[in-house]
Design a protein around this ligand. Structure first.
Ligand code: ZN
Length: 153
């Protein structure tokens, strides 16, 4: 297949793709491969957990369950990364990093689905889509409404 999402990732080289079988975030990547955003919750009190959070802040449980969540949220914080690492980073321009507050209660740090040099505005609604990094789907933010960029020019 030669769908657009099979094109090389705009940000990173394929060598940086996670080894899903040996990654503690395997449930996230397996969900992403199906187009679902799958995140951890406490198995006892159902509190949303951070990725790789070993102990629930709410009840102290060590058990977590992974469930598909609605892939929508808003930008909690946003910045633009200036990083030059030839061989690892494909982007030769600054790129955005966003901390997304999801409707599920999770917070997830990611970049954007497509290359842009603008930081995403705080509180902007986003949908979580997936970049294709060496055949592995990884979450990436996509604005759900056009944004005035004049403030950044
Ligand atoms: Zn708990």
């Amino acid at each position: 297949m030669t769908a657009p999402h099979d094109a090389p990732d705009w940000l990173l080289h394929d060598e940086l793709a996670p080894d899903v079988d040996n990654d503690p975030l395997a449930p996230l990547y397996e969900g992403s491969a199906r187009g679902e955003l799958v995140l951890p919750f406490c198995a006892s009190c159902v509190l949303p957990l951070d990725l790789e959070q070993p102990v629930c802040d709410g009840c102290g449980s060590l058990e977590c369950v992974w469930r598909a969540v609605e892939p929508v949220g808003t930008v909690h914080s946003s910045t633009v990364m200036h990083r030059a690492e030839p061989g690892l980073v494909r982007a030769d321009r600054p790129y955005p990093i966003v901390d997304v507050e999801l409707a599920s209660g999770h917070r997830l740090i990611m970049t954007t689905l497509e290359s842009t040099q603008f930081p995403l505005p705080i509180d902007a609604p986003v949908r979580v889509a997936f970049r294709n990094l060496g055949g592995i789907a990884v979450p990436a933010a996509q604005l759900t409404a056009p944004v005035e960029t004049e403030a950044f020019s």
